[in-house]
Design a protein around this ligand. Structure first.
Ligand code: CTP
Ligand code: MG
Length: 228
């Protein structure tokens, strides 16, 4: 079967607090969004990478995407939530993809994704009946807070994972899942709501999501070290 990627990049980056959406901040000499798109377009098994922009996006044209253009499709169908952006993209893609085609959904804000991580995910899941996601076992001790800002309980971190992306499911299943459960924060959550159990594929902390201003320096360091 065939493999496609969807990169939701229609968010506003409110927690980053910059003057423009974080995906257009400069990171190691390129806009943040460049890095994930470049990695995904280098994965030979992925036929096409679809980037989802907000219909009001006024930054995309500022940059030269020509080096990636051959395998890139730009969809200006972003919605008001991440799941909405992905669902809108799936609706467009359903016109020329088959229900059995695999779709890898990846956050534009996970700029440090590597080809090896994507290859590992595809390798592990290509014959899987459900699909799955990259994730990282929780390393810290977890606390549940009480109403007064004090610790109410210590939660065992055993069997706890932090969900990352890409999340890989077949197009038909993912469309059905997101239609049934549009309020989810990741694709796996929607698939779980159908009663299915996505597989966890271990990745590492370098595939973190750039959320706050202090995340920029670490990503810059990782990306620059790789290009040396
Ligand atoms: N995203 C999207 N459409 C939305 C909201 C988010 O395509 N309506 C994308 C973001 O662009 C990002 C990914 O989903 O690549 C993960 O979301 P997040 O890190 O939360 O980004 P933002 O929503 O932009 O940031 P914030 O929550 O701080 O506003
Ligand atoms: Mg958000």
């Amino acid at each position: 079967s065939r493999f496609f990627a969807i990169v939701p990049a229609a968010g506003s980056g409110s927690r980053m607090g910059a003057k423009r959406p974080k995906q257009y901040l400069e990171l190691a000499g390129r806009p943040m969004l460049w890095h994930a798109l470049a990695t995904l377009t280098r994965v030979s098994r992925i036929e096409r990478v679809c980037v989802v922009l907000s219909p009001e996006d006024e930054w995309w044209e500022e940059f030269d995407w020509q080096p990636l253009a051959e395998r890139l499709q730009v969809l200006r169908v972003g919605g008001s939530t991440r799941a909405g952006s992905v669902a809108n993209a799936l609706r467009v893609l359903a016109a020329d993809l088959a229900a059995e085609d695999w779709v890898l959904v990846h956050d534009a804000a996970r700029a440090c994704l590597t080809e090896a991580q994507v290859d590992g995910l595809i390798e592990a899941l290509a014959d899987d009946p459900v699909g799955g996601l990259l994730a990282q076992p929780v390393a810290d001790t977890l606390k549940r807070s009480g109403a007064d800002g004090r610790v109410a309980a210590t939660v065992s971190r055993e069997a706890m994972w932090q969900a990352q992306t890409p999340q890989m499911f077949r197009l038909g299943l993912l469309r059905e899942a997101l239609q049934a459960k549009p309020g989810v924060t990741d694709e796996a959550g929607a698939v779980e709501a159908l009663g299915l159990c996505p597989r966890l594929i271990a990745a590492d902390a370098t595939n973190f999501k750039l959320t706050y201003p202090q995340d920029l320096a670490l990503a810059e360091l990782i990306l620059r070290a790789r290009s040396e």
